[in-house]
Each structure stands twice: as C-alpha cells, then as structure tokens.
Design a binder for this molecule. Structure first.
Ligand code: P53
Length: 477
C-alpha cells in the first residue's frame, strides 16, 4: 500500500505572488496588483477600500514579486532537481487578455506560458494549472464590476477556450478557481468585488459566486471537448471546523461554518445547489439570478477531482466573549487550546488534515488533490543563503504522515500533493516576503530590497528524498 505509483509530488505558486513583470509583455493591470502591504491591505482585499490604481503612499509587492517572469528557467530547474512530478502554477488572466473583454488574445502572454510548460515538459514535470488564482483584469472590475456581472462568464469562457486549445498536449490538469470560497472572505482579492455604500454585500457575493460556479461548469465542459485527457478540479480553502465544546449549539455552529465552504464544492461536484443553501438565501432575502440553462450546465459538467488547500483546522463557538476575539481575520476561528501556532498565529494541526481529507472524501467520493499546505515562517539565511529550516521540515513531515494515514488507513484516494510556495514568494494575506514557505530561499525583503538570488534550504534535500521514496522516508537527517 502507500501512495499511488503515479502520485503527483510537487509544489505550488500563483502568478501574482511570484511572477512580477506586472507591465511586461503587454500584460494588463489586475486586482491582485493593487493589494498593498501594511494596514490598508485588509480593507483593500475585502473590498471596503477603493484601490483601482497605484498611488505613491503604498508599496505594492506583486509588481516585481520574486521576478519569476525572468527567472522561470532557473526555478523550474531547481524544482526538477527536487524530483517534482508536478508543478502547480496559475495563469495571469491579464497576460492573455490584458483588458479581459478583447476578442483576440495577447500572443506574448500565450507564448510566456507555453515556454514555461515546455520547460516543465523537458524535465517530465506535469503542470497543474490554476486558471484564475484570485486575479481579474482591472478593466473588467471597472467596466463590469467583475464577477457581479453575468458577462464575466463569457469572458472567462473565452480565456478557457484559448488556453485549452493552445496548451493541448502540454497541460492536462486544470483548476478553475483558486479557493473559490475566498469570495466570501476577501471579495476584492478573490473576485474583484468592490462594494458601494449601502450595498447588500451578501447578495453581491452570492450572485458573483453563482457566475463563477457556472463559469467553472462551462470550463469543465470545454476542457473535456477540447481534449478528453483533460481533468478539471475545483479548489477549496479547506480546514474542518471543530466545535469549541460539545454543547450542541457549538456543534451546530461548526456545521454551519463547514457548509458555508462546502456549498461551493457541493455545486461543483454534485451539480446542484444544496437545499440548506437555497433555504438560507431565501431566509436572508438573497435572490440569485439563475437561469434554467445555468442549472443544466451545473448539473451536467461536474468536476473530475476535488482539490483543496489546508493550513489549519478551525474552531467555532457560540460563546459571545470568544466570538469577539475572532473578528477581522480572513477566516474567523477561535483559538484551539490544544494546538501550537506558527509565528503568524496559524494553528498547526496535522491530524486535522486527515480529518479534512476524510470529510471531503466521505462527502464527494472523488479523488482528492492537496494543492496547498505548508508553514509560513521567518527564515534566517547564513552568508551563503542556506537556511536550516528544521521547523518547516517538521511541519511538512507531520502533515505528509497524516495524509499517508488517510490513504493507508482510511482508504482515501489521493492524486497528489503540492506544498505551497515551493519557492519563497509574496504572502497573499499580508503582502510580506518575510512569511516564507519555500524549499528555495529568495533574497528579497518586505520593502523590495535584495538581489533575488535563489538558494537551497535544508528542506530542499529533505523533500527530494521524500519524493524519491514516494513519501515513505520522512526522517529529518
Ligand atoms: P499567506 C488565507 C489568507 C489568504 C490566502 O497564505 C489564503 C489563506 C489560507 O487559506 O489562501 C491561500 O500567503 C492562497 C495562497 C496563499 C496561501 O493560502 O497569507 O491560495 O495564494 O499564499 C498562504 O500565508
């Protein structure tokens, strides 16, 4: 037993967090470029503070990021050295369609990703492509209000047609929307949604989510038509909710919170809106514009596999005092007294990964793919750029062991594992460089200083061994 023979080991990145080159190759401006560092990041990514262009008061880390735009060959060679079977990356929509609503794509953008995929092919690395990892061309935000508009479905469909045809034979694993449930928690970063005063935010978010869900179904349809080899997955920011106590009220709060997230995957995997969601919307006065054709698409074109990110479990409570402490986080959760936490307060729970995998597999009975997991930590390199990141090895080993238990002891069908930020990159939540996840260190700081030089951390050789033994040897030596 153990992991599948063809288990897809690798690492994951997102265009806006690593590429940089925000105005190179004809690329258009995107929502994700406009998330600054500092205290205004949270109001911007949640759609409360308007940031539709750069200003002089803020630093925008995505503009240059780690400049993978020019370093990709060097970076992919390092991934290959670790033995990656797969590399998860995302396509920047505004490289392919700079404004988003053009008829014809931008050849330079298409060529850029073709070069990346060919580089992967050279090493036998299977690309796993996120079609949209939080990004939306700013022109679509300004002209149509991004995903609140039904027209977005057509623009997204064009993007999909173009990339599926162009990369046929080079790419066969696709994810439609990164962390689709993020639209509820960080709506500007997640879906380009900015709110006007007095607007019913829940109404806007669920209507936008509906458009994304239909667009995702259409993408699945086209992917299969263009190449029957294509496999399409949904992508959830996962992490099971625990009740804080065995008070049934707490258990119910945890279940409600899980359903808020599962809602998306219920639609993408089972093909219809679950009754609990329809009734909740009805009670809250949320009315979704939904056509018969939409419903038919959702029903027919469900996903092939379920992918998700997992960093931590979550805890729900009904205790008013505890509830107060949870406001202002991207994912509201009470502190779990049984778990240690990272330097950023993310609680570390490897068994929670096994629990989450079992929950998802019980619910959907489709192959799972862990496409993000890892530890964001401060690294201190020596003069050669080497980091002895035993804390990261420890985190990853514990999680890989838990996922092995889910496979070997519980029978969960798992396709692969791509750890987040296999090379250091910009944090989505905070915009920092200091919050590092990589096996590869990048010399760049929070203010954008540094040589961008890449160097291997201790975890580099460790992960190489993990892959070589198909996850059997997790020792840190
Ligand atoms: P960072 C929380 C907040 C923001 C994005 O997060 C998140 C999450 C956790 O679910 O989602 C993913 O960089 C996301 C990545 C992101 C990663 O978590 O704040 O898909 O883009 O970088 C880690 O430490």
């Amino acid at each position: 037993m153990g992991f599948r023979e063809d288990f897809l080991w690798g690492g994951a990145t997102a265009a806006n967090q690593c590429e940089g080159g925000y105005n190179k190759g004809g690329r258009g401006l995107a929502n994700v470029d406009l998330a600054p560092t500092g205290k205004d990041r949270f109001p911007v990514i949640t759609g409360e503070m308007k940031m539709f262009d750069f200003d002089d008061e803020h630093f925008y880390p995505a503009k240059e990021a780690i400049d993978m735009y020019t370093h990709f060959k060097e970076d992919i060679a390092l991934f290959a050295e670790m033995g990656f079977k797969t590399y998860r990356l995302s396509i920047a929509w505004s490289r392919i369609f700079p404004k988003g609503d053009e008829k014809e794509p931008n050849e330079e953008g298409l060529k850029f990703y073709e070069d990346i995929f060919k580089e992967c092919q050279k090493y036998g690395i299977e690309p796993l492509v996120t079609i949209t990892h939080f990004d939306c061309p700013m022109h679509l935000v300004e002209k149509y209000g991004a995903w609140r508009s039904r027209e977005m479905i057509g623009f997204y469909e064009n993007l999909c047609r173009v990339i599926f045809n162009r990369y046929k034979g080079l790419v066969k694993y696709w994810l439609t929307f990164n962390e689709i449930n993020m639209i509820l928690h960080a709506p500007f970063m997640g879906a380009g949604l900015y709110f006007e005063e007095g607007e019913n935010k829940e109404q806007v978010k669920y209507q936008a989510a509906h458009h994304e869900l239909v667009a995702s179904a259409i993408a699945t349809k086209i992917a299969h038509e263009v190449d029957p080899e294509n496999q399409v997955g949904c992508m959830l920011a996962a992490g099971t909710n625990y009740p804080y106590t065995c008070n049934p009220e707490d258990v119910w709060a945890a279940k409600k919170s899980d359903r808020e997230n599962y809602f998306f995957i219920d639609v993408q995997s089972r093909g219809e809106y679950p009754a609990y969601a329809l009734l909740k919307m009805e009670r809250e006065g949320i009315v979704i514009d939904m056509t018969e054709e939409d419903l038919a698409l959702l029903k027919e074109y469900t996903v092939d596999f379920i992918s998700f990110s997992y960093y931590s479990s979550r805890v729900q409570t009904t205790d008013p005092e505890l509830l107060e402490q949870t406001a202002g986080n991207i994912f509201a959760s009470v502190k779990n007294p049984y778990l240690p936490a990272s330097e950023w307060g993310w609680q570390i729970d490897p068994l929670g990964l096994r629990i989450t995998m079992n929950d998802l597999y019980d619910r959907y009975q489709k192959p799972l793919f862990i496409v993000e997991n890892g530890l964001g930590a401060v690294d201190t390199p020596d003069e050669n750029g080497y980091v002895a990141d035993d804390y990261r090895i420890e985190y990853l080993a514990a999680h890989i062991e838990a996922m092995r238990d889910a496979v070997e002891l519980d029978g969960v069908d798992l396709m692969g594992y791509t750890s987040w930020g296999c090379i250091d990159l910009v944090s989505a939540g905070t915009g920092e460089m200091k919050k590092r996840y990589g096996f590869i260190y990048v010399d760049r700081d929070n203010e954008g200083n540094g040589t961008l030089k890449r160097s291997k951390k201790k975890s580099f050789d460790w992960y190489k061994k993990v892959i070589a033994t198909n996850g059997q040897d997790l020792e840190n030596n």
